[in-house]
Ligand binder design. Structure first.
Ligand code: CTP
Ligand code: CA
Length: 225
């Protein structure tokens, strides 16, 4: 492993990491969200900073403390996350681990929606933009290494590989979310690249993060040789 001047292999590299859920408001007191804890993304931000990268963490609501050596930007909705992620570019590395809500409420009610004789409200949803696909699209600001996640309950490898090509990113970390991942400290993942698939056995999310950060450092050292 090659290292930078102070022994840290990612010194001088910029990284943007997204983590946590998004929260899509329905009205001033309610919203749509999901079960992402943010722990895996926070651990990745921390591991990249430990290797010397300058890390911006764009985070949905998690309640987690800011990792040492990381700058955090707090967001709520997918649209806010997209804007903050793009504002963090240019960067060498993007790791988009957030569980972005796929849909938002079309028209957020300015006041609290009340019960009434008309029965329950109908909530019209519209699809959120795909932050990962936008960051991975060719262009002057595209990070050299764009890594996405795939949260799946079935056919993990096939679905992760389909996301790799659909979104145009370089690597996908495939996550089986059917058993005990959300909020847990452990995780088992597949690393899916154009060169093949690796299976990383269940281990602490901090260990997955260190392994991924080391792989990222190896990648940059290999291409700069
Ligand atoms: N993602 C994103 N913006 C979205 C939705 C997803 O950037 N609006 C990113 C996630 O951060 C993750 C990857 O895309 O890195 C895959 O997210 P996932 O929810 O697994 O895939 P989707 O494309 O949303 O497909 P589906 O939920 O239908 O499986
Ligand atoms: Ca999704």
């Amino acid at each position: 492993l090659l290292t930078g001047p102070d022994g840290r292999p990612l010194l001088g590299r910029k990284a943007v990491v997204t983590a946590g859920p998004t929260f899509e408001a329905i009205d001033p007191v309610r919203g749509l969200t999901n079960r992402s804890s943010g722990k895996q993304g926070y651990a990745i931000a921390s591991a990249l900073a430990t290797l010397g990268a300058e890390v911006t963490l764009v985070s949905g609501p998690t309640g987690l403390p800011v990792p040492v050596g990381v700058s955090r930007i707090d967001v709520e909705s997918a649209l806010e996350m997209k804007a903050a992620t793009e504002a963090a570019l240019p960067a060498d590395i993007a790791v988009l681990s957030a569980a972005v809500a796929d849909w938002r409420i079309d028209t957020i009610s300015g006041g609290k929606i009340k019960k009434g004789p008309g029965g329950p409200p109908t909530l019209a949803l519209i699809e959120n933009p795909d932050i990962l696909a936008g960051i991975a699209a060719p262009g002057p600001n595209r990070p050299a290494l764009v890594i996405g996640f795939a949260a799946e309950t079935t056919e993990l490898e096939a679905n992760a590989r389909a996301k790799l090509s659909r979104k145009g990113c370089d690597w996908i970390v495939g996550n089986d979310v059917s058993d005990d991942v959300f909020g847990s400290d452990g995780n088992a993942v597949l690393l899916v690249t154009r060169d093949g698939t690796e299976s990383w056995p269940r281990q602490p999310k901090t260990a997955i993060a260190r392994q991924l950060a080391a792989r990222i450092a190896d990648h940059f050292n290999a291409i700069s040789l």
